[in-house]
Design a protein around this ligand. Structure first.
Ligand code: UD1
Ligand code: F6R
Length: 371
């Protein structure tokens, strides 16, 4: 079943152009005029009015599924105008945090069986909120117990580290934002640009997968390291968290995703000539702020690896002294889908080079069905 691949994780990383195509199949409508471009999520169409009228949208999940929701959050806030908050399922339960009847709660889970997410769902149902599921598994507990939802249709994911489900989850939540957001004149151009971007996304993912050898070389360079930091912000704060999660869970290397805006509030103290730092600085509204982060890290002789938009290398690394990963440009809210792929590849190659089990990382289970 692995075909030409040695590991399921490797296969699942490389099949993302196809899994994303399946996720979007039948859900993007493209009529003749630009006005006719829209999104159809069969499972949500009778609930969109309720979601639009809700006081708050609350994303709830664990691990990679939480990170996917974090990546989609800014675009949902932009289009819906509804406040969007984030909850890690276990933390919501620990706090017995407030959930109201006027809330829409969105449960994100690849397996649809994660114990914490399922218990948080029961809690939200008891509190009278509208409960929406986003899951990869038809017939799973979360799919059955939510009021409505969307299957991500990414295909069966076998590697314990979630890869293709992450990118499909982001795409589904981006489509959710398009479906929930009112089709106003002021948002028309933006909506059309994102829908066009979704159509073209599998091609862009195919392009970024060509960096495989480059990431293998980078893994060779980093194989002996004890720690790896990843700095991101805005749409790509989630990319930093998710990239670091992949590296720690499969390559068994300490890695931390850091919000770049928090750099001066502590993490800067760690910077020296030895600790490798990946900075995500692709082109979006946060770009100039990331340029200044790079300058400050550089001034402290940080060992930088910068991920930037193709052609931007001279802007992010004027002295030519840092290593650069150049990725194709897509619409800002879709950039996390492209940007995570080099980090998935890096985690994969680090794991192989370090001699660890790729598909069954130490101490982990694919589906965490106990608390
Ligand atoms: C559905 C069919 C699909 C068919 C398509 C044709 C299923 C599973 N899907 O896809 O095979 O090609 O119509 O129009 O039969 N749901 C939840 N919670 C969740 C996920 C989903 O309640 O976590 C519900 C949805 O609200 C919906 C149903 O499950 O009622 C199916 O969801 P989904 O597969 O996303 O719907 P379609 O894309 O319309
Ligand atoms: C990381 C990973 C885990 C899961 C988490 C939630 O690669 O796979 O962090 O994302 O256990 O699982 P689901 O999405 O099945 O609820």
């Amino acid at each position: 079943k692995k075909g030409n691949y040695e590991h399921f994780m490797q296969k699942e990383i490389h099949e993302q152009p196809e899994s994303l195509t399946t996720t979007m199949r039948g859900r993007l409508i493209c009529g003749g005029s630009s006005k006719a471009k829209s999104v159809l999520l069969g499972g949500l169409k009778d609930h969109l009015k309720t979601i639009r009228r809700s006081r708050r949208i609350v994303f709830i999940g664990c691990g990679t599924s939480y990170n996917a929701a974090l990546a989609a959050r800014p675009f949902l806030e932009e289009l819906s105008g509804v406040p969007v908050t984030m909850e890690i399922a276990s933390d919501l339960l620990d706090r017995q945090g407030p959930i109201y009847r006027e809330d829409t709660t969105v449960f994100v889970s690849q397996s649809g069986e994660t114990a914490d997410t399922l218990l948080a769902l029961q809690y939200a149902l008891e509190n009278g909120a509208l409960c929406v599921g986003i899951t990869n598994t038809v017939g799973s507990a979360i799919a059955r117990n939510t009021h409505c939802g969307v299957h991500i249709n990414a295909g069966c994911e076998i590697g314990v580290a979630s890869t293709k489900a992450y990118t499909s989850q982001i795409v589904v939540m981006t489509m959710l934002a398009l479906a929930v957001g009112a089709d106003t004149i002021s948002s028309q151009a933006r909506r059309v640009a994102v829908i066009d971007g979704l159509f073209d996304l599998p091609n862009k993912v195919r392009e970024v997968l060509k960096l495989n050898e480059e990431l293998k070389d980078l893994a060779k360079l980093l194989v002996q390291e004890e720690s790896l930091l990843m700095f991101g912000r805005g749409y790509n704060y989630a990319t930093a968290l998710e990239g670091a999660l992949k590296v720690k869970e499969v390559a068994l290397m300490h890695s931390e995703g850091i919000l770049a805006g928090e750099m001066k509030h502590g993490p800067l103290a760690l910077v020296d000539e030895t600790l490798p730092i990946i900075v995500i600085a692709t082109h979006d509204s946060c770009f100039s702020k990331q340029q200044s982060v790079i300058q400050q890290l550089h001034a402290r002789k940080g060992r930088l690896i910068v991920m930037c938009t193709k052609g931007d290398a001279p802007l992010v690394c004027p002295s030519g002294s840092c290593r650069v990963i150049e990725v194709p440009h897509v619409e800002d809210c879709l950039q996390p889908v492209v940007n995570i792929i080099p980090l998935q590849l890096l985690a994969y190659h680090l794991t192989v080079l370090r001699g660890y089990n790729v598909d069954q990382p130490r101490n982990l289970a694919k589906s965490v069905t106990t608390q």
